[in-house]
Design a binder for this molecule. Structure first.
Ligand code: C2E
Ligand code: MG
Ligand code: MG
Ligand code: MG
Length: 276
């Protein structure tokens, strides 16, 4: 009996240990099939100039159109893709699709703004990133200066020297570079200025309470001052209210994106917006 219990509890322990690994393997397989079956799609969220109110860019955000689950948001599969290494194939797909789509809209006569694509830490660590980007630009005929890559602060912190090298090479291709979710990492002014960056994106969490939280106003104000001291353009993420926009305008923020102007739109909806 003791033996049976022992075996039972051992098996239980063993099962729980492998549950995470099993989930990752299963997700990896499903993701791989999703890419092959063309189940990923990009939605596009406008980026707007604070002063003129005009669209100056759009961020491409990936979604997974899954038969059983409907439209799956990236937070549900990007982390797994990063853990399993699937992010390389997924990242390539996203980059190629954004450029292909941008080229298609351009050829249809639509005024395509600069398209921004998210790049994960793992992609940045891969020495072949620059070649991959160059290949996609060649293949799609998409103009490099109409493409922006968004990198997170923590991704750059990871391997600073290599990051600087890769970023310089991407810049030489003609790309724009942005730091995403800014304020959530620990970048100092001295650290930031070594990177050839064009845009700082203030993380949504500092934008949320701008209307009534004095600390967040101070932080957003400090990021704006710091960004401008480095001659960077500053964009605020997740702007939902006129009050937030009013604060940003009064403090010289260059651009914003958020539900106030538009949520991320599927390609057809975004194309209609461009056509107007
Ligand atoms: P992110 O790059 O910071 O993207 C901004 C997120 O904020 C998006 O969520 C967007 O839909 C959401 N958002 C924009 N405006 C508002 C607003 O006014 N209110 C609220 N509540 N949310 C707003 P989404 O699309 O779910 O993406 C989540 C994250 O997944 C992204 O954060 C990015 O880190 C990652 N991600 C998305 N697409 C890709 C991709 O193609 N590659 C990689 N590596 N990561 C991606
Ligand atoms: Mg982003
Ligand atoms: Mg962000
Ligand atoms: Mg984010």
């Amino acid at each position: 009996r003791a033996k049976a219990e022992g075996r039972g509890s051992f098996r239980f322990f063993d099962d729980s240990l492998t549950a995470g690994a099993r989930h990752r393997i299963e997700m990896e397989t499903r993701l791989r099939r999703a890419i092959e079956a063309d189940e990923l799609e990009l939605h596009y969220q406008p980026q707007v100039d604070v002063t003129s109110g005009r669209m100056i860019g759009a961020e491409a955000l990936v979604r997974w159109r899954d038969g059983d689950r409907g439209l799956v948001p990236p937070d549900a599969f990007i982390p797994v893709a990063e853990q399993t290494g699937m992010i390389a194939a997924l990242g390539d797909w996203v980059l190629r699709e954004a450029c292909r789509q941008g080229r298609e809209w351009h050829d249809a006569g639509l005024p395509v703004p600069r398209l921004a694509v998210n790049v994960s830490a793992r992609q940045l660590q891969d020495e072949s990133l620059v070649d991959r980007v160059r290949a996609v630009l060649d293949e799609t005929g998409y103009p490099p200066d109409r493409l922006e890559l968004e990198l997170t602060e923590s991704a750059l912190m990871h391997q600073q020297e290599r990051s600087v090298r890769v970023l310089r090479a991407l810049r030489r291709l003609g790309l724009h570079l942005a730091i995403d979710d800014f304020g959530t990492g620990y970048s100092s002014l001295a650290y930031l200025r070594q990177f050839p960056i064009d845009v700082l994106k203030i993380d949504k969490r500092f934008v949320d309470d701008l209307a009534d939280n004095n600390d967040d106003r101070e932080i957003a104000g400090a990021i704006l001052a710091m960004g401008h001291a480095l001659r960077l353009s500053v964009l605020a993420e997740g702007v939902e209210t006129e009050a937030q926009l009013a604060f940003l305008r009064a403090n010289g923020c260059d651009s914003y994106q958020g539900y106030l102007f538009s949520p991320p739109l599927p390609p057809a909806g975004f194309a209609r917006l461009l056509a107007d």
